[in-house]
Design a protein around this ligand. Structure first.
Ligand code: GDP
Ligand code: MG
Length: 204
């Protein structure tokens, strides 16, 4: 029998303060950009989406930048997540250089079973500020390729540029991965095999 129940996926976002992690999630969850709030604490938001006919409950852990007092919480989160999003700001070379630190930090705190198989998504945010760009897409792609299992996207949380597509890609990747890991993997793989590339997504 094919499994059709909801599936829960946990996502964490790490990166320097100010790169737009909270804005990215806010855009995804609420469909708007709001720069009035200050994101100084870790937060967890849930969003239910339907992807390829499957209900997915996405639990999003929005880290605040890793203040020391949150380290133990971060350890707990990192341990449980299915995917790690590393965010940088395309106008800030420092935030890009710091990806190495955040990736290492995640691997240290999360301690995944097979680190080289763990999926990372690297997101360059703020491409609406093209005239201020200081990190080329090529440089970021090279970094991702050197790590393996790392996809790269450039987005604008402000202008809502490809935010949903990125989450869709993340969800599909994790579902595929879970299918491979799961005992009755074949059943879940079957759902994924039905996916048509241009299929309209159903978001709720
Ligand atoms: P976080 O510390 O990584 O959570 O970053 P925030 O989401 O709090 O955003 C930091 C600042 O960058 C805020 O002033 C946001 O309004 C701004 N910001 C976030 N995303 C974008 C974007 O895509 N474009 C532009 N121009 N500004 C952004
Ligand atoms: Mg934040």
């Amino acid at each position: 029998m094919m499994s059709t129940g909801p599936v829960s996926l946990k996502v964490i976002a790490l990166g320097e303060y100010g790169v737009g992690k909270t804005s990215l999630f806010y855009q995804f969850v609420h469909d708007k950009f709001d720069n009035r709030f200050l994101s100084i604490r870790d937060d967890c938001v849930k969003k239910e989406v339907v992807v390829d006919g499957r209900i997915v409950i996405l639990e999003i852990i929005d880290s605040s930048g890793g203040f020391d007092i949150y380290r133990s919480l971060l350890r707990l989160y990192c341990n449980e997540v299915d995917v790690c999003i590393l965010v940088y700001d395309v106008t800030s070379p420092e935030s890009f250089v710091k990806l190495e630190y955040w990736r290492d930090e995640f691997l240290r705190l999360g301690d995944p079973q097979v680190p080289k198989h763990f999926p990372f998504f690297v997101i360059g945010n703020k491409i609406d500020l093209e005239e201020l760009r200081a990190v080329s897409a090529r440089k970021a792609e090279e970094w991702c390729e050197s790590k393996g299992n790392t996809e790269h996207f450039e987005i604008s949380a402000k202008d809502n540029m490809i935010v949903k597509q990125v989450f869709l890609d993340i969800i599909r990747t994790v579902l595929r991965r879970k299918a491979i890991e799961s005992d009755d993997g074949q059943q879940v793989v079957k759902i994924q095999a039905d996916v048509k590339p241009n299929r309209t997504m159903c978001w709720s």
